[in-house]
Design a protein around this ligand. Structure first.
Ligand code: 5GP
Length: 115
């Protein structure tokens, strides 16, 4: 099994990679919703949050720590930013390779549309 993000991680298709280590890769979203919009992705394919196992605790926590590092790199840490992980249909997940959205660079408004 592979994913579009796995191909980016392996360098098989181009992306603007801003961070990479043994556990995660981060690159700019192709269709940004904010001035800074970066995806932080485990190098290992984990389809959704639902698929996390106890063995994945380290990489899951590392995604959050790397978000902090990149926010500093991008100069958005003090103004603030938003981290989002979508899961399955109701979460609006489109790519089934776990990823954390890091968005900032302007006020982002309400978290979700209230009904
Ligand atoms: P999701 O809805 O699954 O949480 O978010 C998927 C995100 O991946 C979307 O924001 C979309 O713009 C981004 N995306 C989809 N395909 C590509 C791609 O080939 N390259 C990059 N850099 N981003 C992608």
């Amino acid at each position: 099994m592979t994913t579009i993000f796995a191909k980016i991680i392996r360098g098989e298709i181009p992306a603007d990679i801003v961070y990479q280590d043994d556990l995660v890769t981060a690159f700019r979203d192709i269709n940004p919703a904010a001035p800074t919009h970066i995806l932080i992705v485990p190098n290992k394919i984990i389809p959704t949050v639902n698929d996390l196992t106890a063995d994945d605790e380290k990489v899951a926590g590392h995604m959050l720590f790397v978000a902090k590092i990149i926010a500093e790199q991008e100069g958005i840490a003090s103004d603030g930013y938003r981290l989002i992980i979508n899961c399955n249909q109701h979460g609006g997940q489109e790519v089934f390779h776990l990823h954390m959205h890091l968005m900032g660079g302007r006020p982002l408004g309400p978290m979700i549309v209230r009904r």
